[in-house]
Design a protein around this ligand. Sequence first.
Ligand code: PMP
Length: 284
Amino acid sequence: RTVYVNGEYLPENEAKVSIFDRAFLMADGVYEVTSVLDGKLIDFAGHANRLARSLSELDIPTPPEFDDLLEIHRKLVAENGVNEGMVYLQITRGAPGDRDFAFPPKDTRPTVVLFTQNKPGLADNPQAKVGIKVISIEDIRWGRRDIKTVQLLYPSMGKMMAKKAGCDDAWLVEDGFVTEGTSNNTYIVKGGKIITRNLSNDILHGITRAAVLKFAKEAQMEVEERPFTIEEAKQADEAFFTSASAFVMPVVEIDGAAIGGGKVGSVAPRLREIYLEESRKAAV
Ligand code: PMP
């Protein structure tokens, strides 16, 4: 694969970043994952905007120009022949000469890395037909989950706890309410109404979430943005999650309790279909 590092396109085994990079030492960096369908980028503008916001919230200087980023994404997709898959982008505070808790001088060059992943069958994922199982675990992450940092140890541990329990993912719970999944936004459906946690610093403002809620409202579906509990989720007609890499994914079991009789309902598949159709049309 060809990857991008700080202005250069290189074979992946020739790409290098410093051991002093602040993301390597301190998780001082942000990232984005943009899906590719039919060789085109899904919701690139949404991801570029969130990236700029994450960088600005962390005071990482000089975000790359929108057009330059788009060109790098497109070039890698073409070069690596990605038809279905994703582009991973990471920008860190860079690599000053030494380790220090204080931020380095403003003229330290941020590290910019991009690579692609081929995922044939991304849109036709068979899991979306049967749904996935989740466990709930306590949300012990930091308080700025709206910033998409590379600080992913707890989500990664949550994923492993889920796997150990024979499940696919974990839903995180804080003060009795579900915040989000390890790497996705969470929803329940009750009496036709779609319920998902409102935006705040407690969750990542999902790009897929924004798109799906917009499409749901356009399709005259009722949407309520508020926190919900695991107990409420267990009583729901349906549950699902959204993310850039999984789109809309039905959830049919939470902590061993079947949701909607353990079968995929009608709302999640419908939203998945609308999302895929509309996003393909708008892809760049
Ligand atoms: N929440 C978290 C914690 C995530 O990591 C992600 C995916 N990166 C999401 C939500 C979903 O966001 P998006 O739809 O932009 O992929």
